[in-house]
Design a protein around this ligand. Structure first.
Ligand SMILES: NC(=O)c1ccc[n+]([C@@H]2O[C@H](COP(=O)([O-])OP(=O)(O)OC[C@H]3O[C@@H](n4cnc5c(N)ncnc54)[C@H](OP(=O)(O)O)[C@@H]3O)[C@@H](O)[C@H]2O)c1
Length: 320
């Protein structure tokens, strides 16, 4: 099979498509024939070598994919050969024709969800769910600002929040992105590149402020988020690419909280809750992953440039 291999950390071009041996499942494992692999910002941080978690070289990037269960290891009881599946991590890496997974990483993909959409399920939806429900404890009728709603996590968050009866303000930096956020059901859409745009959030909430902020770019926005929070408001730091100065009075005066999250550190019990909720949403159609670009796996470097350098539009997926 073909797989992307990284032999040294560095720019996107260190990713090379190579011929490697087919994978075989050990006990309790499943080999998935990958039909599409999801590209996440973390894949790019890891590849650069600057991320806290560094895989042993050489390695195959990627944690999200969808495809068909191809070979089933001894003792596997939940997954049958031929089943359509999405995965929540792999042992071997997802940017490849095949991915070796533990049985617990393999989940049914409903027929109405395409493989490309399935590749955009786990990291984006699990992150959005964890931020919204497990970290912010957001409730129906609350107002949620999805600060960066045009990308993978943001579109998932808008869908989850709307399905749960929240009022959603979404932001994006391009006209195309804002149109996408509107189509996901956001009640109000703002441009996070226009100076003073958060004044609108105040007006929308008739000066009360927003209950929850899901923050994709905390190094730019955290201080401003604190100024538009309602009493008891919560900011969830999902993404940050640097340092930021804040005025802590914004937290104090509102009895507010700033909480963080790292999907990789989610407990098994919390993961089970996330997977049950996300799988139900895929099944009943309230969750519909948006695929913005499908790129051949051999052009993974282009996908990494795109995710870090161009305005977001749903998910980028790689096809073997
Ligand atoms: N903590 C975790 O466990 C976890 C898990 C998954 C992802 N993340 C992080 O969460 C972030 C989003 O991930 P993703 O998969 O959705 O990435 P993505 O698909 O590349 O989307 C990035 C989003 O950030 C927005 N953005 C850019 N500049 C912004 C600004 N100044 N203010 C607000 N938003 C801005 C983009 O909007 P435009 O392009 O329209 O400007 C887009 O909506 C990334 O930093 C990622 O590393 C963290």
């Amino acid at each position: 099979m073909k797989a992307i291999r990284v032999h040294e950390f560095g720019p996107p071009e260190v990713m090379k498509l190579e011929e490697v041996a087919d994978l075989r499942p050990g006990p309790g494992q499943v080999v998935v024939e990958v039909k599409a692999a999801g590209v996440n910002p973390v894949d790019s941080y890891v590849r650069s070598g600057l991320y806290a978690r560094r895989p042993v070289l050489p390695y195959t990037p990627g944690a999200d994919a969808a495809g068909v269960a191809k070979a089933i290891g001894e003792g596997v009881s939940r997954v049958a050969a031929g089943a359509r599946v999405f995965i929540s991590g792999t042992v071997s890496g997802a940017y490849a024709g095949q991915a070796l997974c533990e049985e617990s990483q393999v989940h049914p993909l409903p027929d109405k969800v395409s493989f490309a959409q399935g590749a955009g399920v786990y990291i984006p939806y699990a992150t959005a769910y964890r931020a919204l429900f497990q970290r912010a404890a957001a409730r129906p009728a609350e107002t949620v600002l999805v600060h960066g709603a045009s990308g993978g996590v943001g579109t998932a968050a808008v869908q989850l929040a709307r399905a749960a009866g929240m009022r959603v303000i979404g932001t994006a930096g391009s006209e195309r992105g804002r149109d996408l956020v509107r189509k996901q059901g956001a009640d109000w859409v703002l441009d996070h590149r226009v100076p003073g745009y958060l004044d609108e959030a105040r007006k929308i909430t008739t000066d009360r402020g927003v209950d929850v902020v899901l923050e994709m770019m905390a190094n730019i926005n955290l201080d401003n988020d604190l100024q538009i929070l309602a009493p008891g408001g919560r900011v969830v730091v999902i993404g940050s690419r640097g340092r930021v100065e804040i005025d802590p009075r914004g937290i104090m005066s509102r009895h507010a909280s700033v909480v963080g999250m790292l999907l990789f550190d989610t407990t098994e019990r919390e993961k089970a809750e996330i997977l049950a909720a996300v799988s139900a949403g895929l099944e009943n159609g309230t969750l519909q992953p948006v695929v913005g670009s499908e790129i051949p796996m051999g052009e993974a470097a282009r996908a990494h440039h795109q995710i870090m350098e161009t305005p977001a539009y749903g998910k980028i997926v790689l096809t073997p």
